[in-house]
Design a protein around this ligand. Structure first.
Ligand code: DX5
Ligand code: ZN
Length: 216
């Protein structure tokens, strides 16, 4: 596994977003994780494309979009225009997932599929050859600062076996409740990328916290 960190700016200070993006530029973060919510698929609304474009203007790190949107198809080009290098869509929110991930790749981004905590990894069998990344939610999506769901470790291990069996380069990302208490075990279970929002941005020294998570 690769040990990459994607801080989620959902927990950043939106009144000082340029400052927080510049902090990430100077840090060891590998991606900037962008959570887009529609108030339908999840019971919350975060920020939209003009805000993403503003962050992209200052960011030197690749932007990793996590779309918590019921049918993201009409918005894929907006994601690209506002800086997305990875676009991940929820399995539970797309009736024609193969079409959606294929379109993401055609647009030049890496395509990811996200699974909610209740969705088994077995549903990925037919879609894995068409994606670059799988994002496993370790909380129910919609809010930062929630408690990590412990059964995620076993889920990561199961997915790691599936990916290795395919001899594929697919990245495994985990999102929700990541802290220094679970990061090491998640990497050991086979995760490549850990998303961390509140644990990074609510800490006294976010850049150091990112470094600590990388060496977990
Ligand atoms: C939750 C989002 C997460 C969130 C993680 O729906 O997908 O990316 O920002 O926040 P923490 O790390 O605080 O759980
Ligand atoms: Zn997320």
């Amino acid at each position: 596994m690769k040990k990459l960190i994607a801080p989620s700016v959902l927990s950043a200070d939106f009144a000082n977003i340029q400052r927080d993006i510049e902090m990430l530029n100077e840090s060891e973060a590998d991606y900037v994780h962008i959570d887009i919510m529609d108030g339908v698929f999840v019971p919350n609304i975060s920020y939209g494309f003009p805000v993403c474009a503003a962050m992209h203007k200052y960011s030197t790190k690749p932007m990793d979009f996590h779309l918590m949107i019921q049918n993201a198809d009409p918005y894929l080009e907006d994601c690209i225009k506002s800086g997305a290098e990875i676009i991940s869509v929820h399995y539970e929110a797309h009736n024609h997932l193969h079409r959606t991930v294929t379109r993401i790749r055609e647009l030049g981004a890496k395509a990811g599929v996200v699974l909610n905590p209740h969705t088994p990894v077995d549903v990925l069998e037919e879609i894995l050859p068409f994606v670059d990344l799988v994002l496993l939610m370790s909380v129910n999506p919609g809010f930062g600062g929630q408690k990590f769901i412990e059964t995620t470790f076993a889920k990561v291990r199961k997915l790691r076996t599936m990916v290795d069996t395919l001899d594929s380069e697919i990245l495994i990302e985990v999102d929700g409740g990541v802290t220094d208490k679970n990061a090491g075990e998640l990497f050991k279970a086979g995760a490549d990328i850990l998303v961390a929002g509140s644990f990074v941005f609510k800490s006294d020294d976010p850049a150091q916290t990112i470094l600590n998570l990388k060496s977990a």
